[in-house]
Write a protein that binds this ligand. Structure first.
Ligand code: TMP
Length: 208
């Protein structure tokens, strides 16, 4: 089963993914946790280019780097894991391209849908957990986490204006409305244990 975790910056999807993974690991489930960008060796090089504030790139160049990451990741990591029956938990996937490069950067959604399908060979998630939070709250969480870790500055996409992140959130809402059987919209402002319970409930209802 292929489960993707999506949402605005700071919505807690990576934390939730780790908690879901810990739950299934304790149950002895064959599990692969991965992310985009950066789920393969090539992808890790692309991730550092994509997130570096010093990288200057037009929206189309950015798009093709995300797609190159995805094509390699699907072929090298996701498809082999699914073929052996593993539960694959992936932090971001095709919906992030629609929300960020489509709704926020303004690239054509139709073109992005075609290019996403080319990169994935038509692979789609069985379930997408969409973590929803007002963007100011998410960005404040990102800043707080960085302070706690002693990290400085933002990555290239975190550093975009609040209006950019608001467009991303709108895009995710649009996706949730148009794919209700695949996308489970979660209120990320709830307590961590409630968010985890909602994730497990959504996964379990589709696993059997
Ligand atoms: P994150 O996974 O640590 O949130 O960082 C990845 C960043 O890349 C995040 O700002 C979302 C962005 N992104 C896109 O813009 N398009 C994509 O297709 C993907 C996978 C991520």
């Amino acid at each position: 089963m292929f489960v993707t975790f999506e949402g605005v910056e700071g919505a807690g999807k990576s934390t939730a993914l780790a908690a879901v993974a810990a739950h299934y690991a304790a149950c002895g489930v064959d599990l692969v946790c991965t992310r985009e960008p950066g789920g393969s060796a090539l992808g890790r090089t692309l991730r550092s280019l994509l997130l570096d504030v010093k990288s200057s790139m037009v929206s189309e160049a950015e798009l093709f780097l995300f797609l190159a990451d995805r094509a390699q990741h699907v072929a090298e990591v996701i498809r082999p894991a699914l073929a052996r029956g593993a539960l694959v938990l992936c932090d971001r996937f095709t919906d992030s391209t629609l929300a960020y490069q489509g709704f926020a950067r303004g690239l054509s959604l139709e073109t992005l849908t075609t290019l996403n399908a080319a990169a994935t060979g038509g692979l789609e998630p069985d379930l997408t957990l969409l973590f929803d939070l007002p963007v100011e709250e998410g960005l404040a969480r990102v800043r707080k986490r960085k302070e706690e870790l002693g990290e400085q500055g933002c990555d290239r996409l975190d550093a975009e204006a609040v209006s950019f992140h608001a467009a991303v959130r709108k895009g995710f809402h649009f996706i949730a409305e148009h794919a209700p059987s695949r996308v489970c919209l979660l209120d990320a402002s709830l307590a961590r244990e409630d968010v985890l319970a909602a994730c497990l409930k959504a996964i379990e209802s589709r696993r059997h």
